[in-house]
Design a protein around this ligand. Structure first.
Ligand SMILES: Nc1ncnc2c1ncn2[C@@H]1O[C@H](COP(=O)(O)OP(=O)(O)OP(=O)(O)O)[C@@H](O)[C@H]1O
Ligand SMILES: [Mg+2]
Length: 166
């Protein structure tokens, strides 16, 4: 399980999509799951702590079942609460927590989806980093600072980490 966590706009999907592509090219049995795609399928999922945690426990459980059958799962979720991530870690034989550690000010400067501006205007509630917490990983297997590393370099780091075990 390659689990990407970080603020919105930190670069999770950008890096994870590329990692998925590269693994697929190498013939790895790999599946990609992304918070945005899941929320499109389940649009009523809210953003309170309990809703986020429940959503992640369900997602994480299903993903861990795939992983148990030899699928490499690449997962991209803000997953702001340490407890949810640790819950999923406990379900997995091998959990690689990848902290995309782009600071809030850089994510907000990028504002890829225009959501930070909306959150600042109070149009969106429970937005991670603005009026909702993000609990940074304390001991991630990998930390990527996207201010210092290019997308290619980030992808390489993840592939190295995966390759080291496979
Ligand atoms: N080294 C880098 N790695 C990843 N993304 C980068 C890097 N440098 C700049 N970027 C840019 O940062 C943005 C990251 O957006 P992305 O959608 O991947 O974030 P996200 O973490 O998936 O956010 P969300 O949680 O909202 O889905 C993209 O516009 C990407 O081009
Ligand atoms: Mg994303």
């Amino acid at each position: 399980m390659l689990w990407f966590t970080g603020l919105s706009g930190s670069g999770k999907s950008t890096i994870a999509t590329r990692v998925h592509e590269e693994l697929e090219k190498r013939g790895v049995n790999v599946e990609y799951i992304d918070g945005d795609a899941l929320r499109e399928v389940f649009p009523s999922t809210g953003f309170t702590r309990s809703e986020r945690e429940e959503h992640l426990r369900r997602t994480g459980y299903m993903a861990s079942r795939l992983a148990a059958h030899g699928v490499t799962v690449v997962a991209s979720f803000v997953s702001p609460y340490r407890e949810s991530r640790e819950f999923i870690r406990r379900l997995c034989g091998e959990f690689v927590e990848i902290y995309v550690a782009t600071p809030l000010e850089e994510c907000e400067r990028r504002d890829v989806k225009g959501l930070y501006a909306r959150a600042r205007r109070g149009e969106i509630k429970n937005f991670t980093g603005i009026d909702d917490p993000y609990e940074a990983p304390e001991n991630p297997e990998l930390t990527l600072d996207t201010r210092a590393l290019s997308v290619d370099q980030c992808v390489d780091r993840v592939l190295e980490r995966h390759g080291a075990r496979h």
